[in-house]
Design a protein around this ligand. Sequence first.
Ligand code: MTE
Ligand code: MO
Length: 446
Amino acid sequence: MTSKPDKYSPVSPQDQRLTKHTTDTTGVHDSLEQNADNTERRGFLKRSGLLAMATAIGASIPLANNMSSGFIPLAFAQSDDLVDIPGKEGLKVLNDRPLNAETPPYLLDDEVTPAKHMFVRNNGRLPDVSLLDPDKWTLEIAGESCETPTTFTLAELKSRFTHYDYQLTVECGGNGRSEYTPAASGNQWTTGAVACPKFTGVRLRDVLEACGIKEDAVYIGYYGADLHLSGDPSKESISRGVPMSKALEDQTLIAWAMNGEDLPVLNGYPLRLVCGGWPASTSGKWLKKIVIRDQVHDGNKMAAPAYSVPKYPVAPGTKVPNEDMEIIGSMPIKSLITFPKTGITHTIGEPLTVRGHAWAGDLEVSDLYVSIDFGTTWQKAKLRAPVNRLAWQHWQSELSFPEKGYYEVWARAIDSEGKAQPMVVPGWNPKGYLNNACHRIAVQVV
Ligand SMILES: Nc1nc2c(c(=O)[nH]1)N[C@H]1C(S)=C(S)[C@@H](COP(=O)(O)O)O[C@H]1N2
Ligand SMILES: [Mo]
């Protein structure tokens, strides 16, 4: 195993500030400013109407009569601030303490997400990088429902158990949160807290079975090496888990590699858990310990309202008692348009190839449709099977446009149980999870 000091040395654990290409140096201020911007744009649209909208976009909108009232064309809602994060390229920082950064959709075009384009979601402080030594790394398996608690070195994990490679979709439960009204607190993810790299590791099941799983086991929980944001060593930054049924799936991995290389430091080097298709908060980074529990794991951010949604639909803004919330399991059907980039100019008469990915939590995607007339008509895209269970699926479609002007391409996926993505933001919930509304891009046809 190679060590990569230069990959993470620029980020000191004491000060994880980042260099930005804009004058503002903190992601926090940046996102606040953007919110102010968006509000202004909305106000402007209300007052001015279609003609002003078309003027501002610089084109007429041929199919505008299909737009619903209050609809905001994407051409108004774009911001392209890029930042430098060691080992990452083109990510947009949403918060720098803790570090949270998302990937613009056009940088997720690869079938297998490269490490430099994988989003980063940290709940606490980055672990002290001098402690991330693969030669000294150990993983402890314990908990009240473990027969024989055992500590493995990383070398032992690699030599004792069979290795598996799986491409696995990891998406933050809060991906899409920025679209909820009233706004939910937390990172204002747009669409970029998702990735599907290829992970290499051993099966969690094989390791747990080697340590003996007692009959009463119901859940596993993880602990990582990162500290709580306060720096208090008695607190965990996050310690979540999954029910035994998910833990024992073939694709649930304890992984040390991504795309054939060591995991990036920001994504959990030297060892992480990967539970594809579930909120990525269940995929513990800098993995030090796994407990087999005889109850639902009670680590930090397991209890409602964290990573939980109301058991019944609620009106936007409703205060929901914690006992009426349930923990999120499999993620809902969703898709992205990764090519072209929103805002492109396209020549009339030429077909436009659009493509992207779709994923459906524990399920498969069965169909994907695209629309260029604000959802009035839909054409079926070519959709490929996943390379393995829990990997995202690629789709592609050829579009032709009836006349010059401003268009939007919308993509809508349907899962193997017949559930489709909603075209508008789905059920409001207090923490803004599970927004799987259709993704759309703007295209100017000239
Ligand atoms: N130890 C540890 N594991 C963690 C986290 C964390 O802050 N610490 N964040 C979780 C959350 S909320 C998400 S969405 C994913 C993000 O994984 P990534 O940063 O590799 O993209 O890691 C999960 N695992
Ligand atoms: Mo997350």
